[in-house]
Write a protein that binds this ligand. Structure first.
Ligand code: AVI
Length: 321
């Protein structure tokens, strides 16, 4: 297994000054916000893996069933000898389930949480010794510059789990555009999972589960910010809030102050939060089938194949130029 790019931060790969500037700007904004990428420290990545097992969180298992039921057709769409580039690989389990039908030549796992990724890829390499594997710590949300070690032919990007939903629509378009540029000339494509618009009650429950795992996932962001910013957030002073905003077609996740409080961070930074005031930590956009196909076309993808489940809750697309 090859490792590329040294992390500038012990837990992930984004330069520390940039991280701190971004966090402070978000915390001081009139409506405070923190990017959802800070949900994924080592514990956050493990909590997300637990969310995927919850009865209320249907996307993971619905998508897995679509992949399983259409394995042959999906493998045919991607073709042989692919370089499978897994964006936001996490514990790599989604890609690993495709290996028997897809038989990629190379597997490139990319994630912001480098430490967690490294452990996952080395375990996977032992299971599939014939596939050349590379782990790459990088924040691919803004740029997608791949190192020379990544095969230039048959680049098949893999972006499952409706992770694109965590970008605002304009950012999604830019992101799809970057992928299209990276595929150009390589006879490759993009295999992507999309969560579809559905009943509000189903969506609300998926992001506010009975066991409180999603609440722990959201609150853990405060511990992560404490480490990154030498801040003094106390998670017990905050509550998890998540709901489907029907007008915006998105789940919103917030952390809401349970009482009036003050948070301090390095270099004398601070902010007062009144009881009920919140920090927006994540949006998860839901698409209609046609809405997402239109977005792919705007990004320059001409050929799109789709697969869905009987309830039409989730869609898998393979897009080519
Ligand atoms: C990673 N991402 C697609 C998840 C989602 O559904 O938006 C993150 C998540 N947040 C809360 N639960 C799951």
């Amino acid at each position: 297994m090859a490792q590329l790019q040294q992390p500038a931060h012990p837990e992930n790969c984004v330069a520390q000054d940039e991280v701190q500037d971004q966090l402070v700007a978000g915390l001081l904004a009139p409506h405070a916000h923190v990017s959802p990428k800070y949900l994924y420290d080592v514990l956050g990545s493990r909590l997300f893996a637990a969310i995927c097992e919850l009865p209320e969180y249907y996307p993971t298992r619905t998508e897995a069933a679509i992949f399983e039921q259409n394995a042959g057709a999906i493998a045919a769409a991607l073709g042989p000898d692919a370089t499978l580039i897994d964006l936001g690989a996490g514990n790599c389990s989604k890609a690993a389930r495709l290996f028997p039908s897809l038989r990629p030549k190379q597997y490139v796992a990319i994630d912001i949480s480098e430490k967690f990724l490294r452990e996952a890829v080395s375990a996977l390499q032992q299971q599939f010794p014939k596939i050349k594997m590379t782990s790459l710590g990088m924040d691919f949300s803004s740029e997608l510059e791949l190192p020379a070690a990544v095969g230039a032919q048959r680049r098949q990007f893999f972006y499952p789990g409706s992770s694109i939903g965590n970008f605002a629509p304009l950012e999604s378009l830019k992101f799809l555009h970057n992928i299209r540029k990276s595929i150009a000339g390589s006879e490759g494509g993009l295999l992507i999972g999309i969560d579809l618009v559905k009943d509000k009650a189903v969506l609300d429950a998926a992001y506010d589960d009975a066991l409180g795992v999603t609440a722990a996932f959201n609150l853990n962001l405060l511990n992560h910010v404490n480490r990154l910013l030498e801040a003094d957030f106390q998670p017990q002073q905050w509550r998890h809030r998540a709901f489907y905003n029907e007008a915006q077609h998105r789940i919103e996740m917030h952390l809401e102050a349970r009482q009036d409080l003050v948070v301090h961070w390095q270099d004398g930074g601070m902010r007062r939060f009144a009881q009920g005031e919140s920090i927006h930590t994540e949006s998860s956009y839901k698409y209609t089938e046609q809405g997402f196909i239109d977005l792919l076309q705007q990004a320059g993808f001409g050929k799109v194949q789709t697969w869905s489940d009987e309830r039409n809750w989730f869609m898998v697309c393979h897009a080519r130029i």
